[in-house]
Write a protein that binds this ligand. Sequence first.
Ligand code: ADP
Length: 215
Amino acid sequence: MAVVLFGSPGSGKGTQAKLLVECLSIPQISTGDMLREHIRAGDSLGAQVAGSIHAGALVSDELVNHLVEERLDQPDCARGFILDGYPRTASQAERLGTMVGARGMQEIVIHLMVDYNVIIQRLAGRRQCPVCCRVYNVLSNAEAARGVCERDGAAVIVREDDQESVIRERLAAYERQTRPLIEHFRNNGRQLVELDASTAPPQELFQTICRVIRQ
Ligand code: ADP
């Protein structure tokens, strides 16, 4: 099964993906984490995408499609995978459809719907552990508010693209290029599940997603 976690920046895709990995035993594929890893490694792909990411713009479809295609060829994806942050454009959605079809899998899209004001609050309070990539919010996690990851004690960081002006750009890119995909999913026979993700605590939302996937 190909699980697509879909929603605006800050909707909780990464948090839910990490919970689902443990329950479904299939890998999380976060294009954002993969791209940031290349930036951290200082390789040529990282240099190519750093400007777009730090400005809150999407990187090219060709590059991301290629990255995902290579990742899906790894043996751990044979039983399925959880996509977080992909697809984000019509071209990506089409390419994914082809990749999923070629693997004889079913695609299920879980749309996490969150109010705009909640999104802003979440993104502004977000911290990430550079070691295990776990994401926290200073409003709900005392350790993160103190500046450390509760799992490994590393100093948590504010992602460069979580600065306020960049947050606005990312949300604009979402509205312009990504939100319209919901219609694409509807019109192309994808299984689409829409969930209110504004208020439910992460664990509760996770239980709902598990129930939906098992059905
Ligand atoms: P968020 O969903 O909170 O914006 P991500 O970690 O998914 O965070 O993405 C961070 C950035 O990485 C995006 O703003 C974009 O520049 C780039 N990126 C990630 N996934 C994609 C994608 N599928 N297509 C194009 N750019 C992407």
